[in-house]
Design a protein around this ligand. Structure first.
Ligand SMILES: *Cc1c(COP(=O)(O)O)cnc(C)c1O
Length: 431
């Protein structure tokens, strides 16, 4: 099995960052998310260095929605990362992690007036997704006596090979302003006193394993920038978004482009195109998944096994904690943590505790013999794992542990049933 460097097998036991998964599960209980901080930081540096050796002004904005734990944002902030934020909550979290307002970009196709007022108040640039939003932001900014730097989110209308639910740059996507209407949007923005158009932004989708769509998007962006500059706009940043995929299949030789390959493919298009225009704006990227996905495993305990029309392994984590298999038919590798060197013996379907037939974490997997009490590790759960979790079935969310240089500590305690019921209240006629 191909494993990233922080995930190892020793005497048949699975380890993360040098910690035995069985020991972590004993100490913190299950289910449990465990994240290796060094892995995230190494990937962040790879991104920044590969881009920065090829282009002078680079900013890496971590897409906070992939994994919004404060500790992860803090670890990245310490290395100089900014963040792509998608809500007032993510914006507030990124600032409290120590990121500078100017290193954030507030994205989203449906921001409220309150969201925009927060961006204005904190001085966070906004990626504007519609003309309506432009006018509300203009008004909010003027009322506050501010001029808010903006980009427009362009929909480059590319057909990107990925799951339809995470293709965001299709002509039919809800995101962005269609590429044919974008010049008029900037003209409109130039008339607004409360905003200053300084950037351009796109994000074409997620879990993209082919570099060509990124190259195409970069070409489209350069073309638009050429026209914007001719219109008299001073472009200070070009933000290419995120979307690079990772190899979720570890049994076969699945490959994803590395940050180096990404930089080698995309930067020349940007450098040549912007060079011809005669400008050197900042080059921003917004990786989410490719920075954090493989840093994290989800440890889950086997409650029971059952022979039915299939061999079921019933575990204590379900789509309440990891929704990707149910939502996107996503594949996550599963390893029996205490039997990591054993040959497969049976075909198993790993099912969660949720009252839904679709609560399957992994279907028809060849695994060593699994018994009640065994511990399973679900790999590559650092992106869109905990961050998409819910309390469905009245299940408190689990703890998250961070490991770093031989230390392990909670970065989120497990919720309790009291946490679930605390916000509930009885209307007067029921109390
Ligand atoms: C989700 C998102 C990202 C990150 O996408 P990944 O596929 O996780 O890299 C970046 N930018 C925007 C605007 C996004 O919505």
């Amino acid at each position: 099995m191909n494993l990233p460097p922080h995930i190892t097998v020793q005497d048949g036991r699975l380890k993360i960052g040098g910690f035995d998964c069985g020991d972590l599960a004993e100490r913190y209980g299950t289910p449990l998310y465990v994240t290796d901080q060094d892995r995230i930081i190494a990937l962040f540096h790879a991104y920044r260095n590969e881009l920065a050796t090829r282009y002078p002004r680079v900013k890496v904005l971590y897409a906070a929605k992939a994994n919004g734990n404060l500790a992860i944002l803090r670890a990245l902030a310490r290395e100089g990362a900014g963040a792509d934020v998608f809500s007032s909550g993510e914006l507030t979290l990124a600032l409290s992690a120590g990121m500078a307002p100017g290193d954030l970009l507030f994205n989203g196709s449906s921001k409220s007036r309150q969201d925009l007022a927060l961006a204005v108040e904190k001085g966070v640039p906004v990626s504007v997704d519609s003309l309506d939003e432009l006018h509300v932001l203009d008004e909010v900014s003027r009322q506050a006596g501010r001029v808010t730097p903006i980009a427009f989110r362009v929909n480059p209308a590319l057909d990107v090979p990925t799951h339809p639910k995470i293709a965001t740059g299709l002509a039919t996507s809800k995101f962005g302003i269609p590429h044919g209407m974008i010049r008029d949007a900037y003209r409109e923005a130039m008339k607004c006193e409360g905003v200053l158009p300084v950037g351009i932004h796109c994000h074409i989708g997620s879990q993209i394993l082919d570099l060509q769509p990124f190259v195409e998007a970069a070409r489209v962006m350069v073309e638009i920038v050429r026209d914007l500059v001719a219109m008299g706009i001073r472009i200070e940043f070009v933000d290419l978004g995120g979307g690079l995929g990772i190899p979720y299949h570890h049994q076969v030789d699945e490959r994803a482009p590395s940050p180096r390959e990404y930089a080698e493919a995309v930067v020349p298009v940007i450098r040549k195109g912007l060079g011809e225009i005669g400008i050197t704006p900042g080059l921003w990227v917004e990786p989410g998944r490719s920075l954090v996905a493989d840093s994290t495993i989800l440890l889950t305990r086997v409650n029971s096994t059952k022979k039915a029309h299939k061999n079921f392994v019933n575990v204590d984590a379900g789509f309440n904690l990891l929704v990707r298999p149910a939502m996107y038919e996503a594949y996550h590798e599963v390893i029996v943590a205490g039997k990591a060197d054993m040959q497969p013996a049976e075909t198993y379907t790993v099912a969660g505790p949720i009252c839904e037939s679709g609560d399957i974490l992994a279907a028809d997997r060849r695994l060593p013999a699994v018994h009640e009490g065994d511990l399973l590790a679900v790999l590559d759960t650092g992106a869109y794992g905990f961050s998409m979790s819910s309390q469905y079935n009245c299940r408190p969310r689990c703890a998250e542990v961070l490991v770093y240089h031989g230390q392990a500590a909670l970065m989120r305690r497990a919720e309790t049933i009291e946490d679930l019921t605390a916000p509930m209240q009885l209307p007067p006629w029921l109390s």
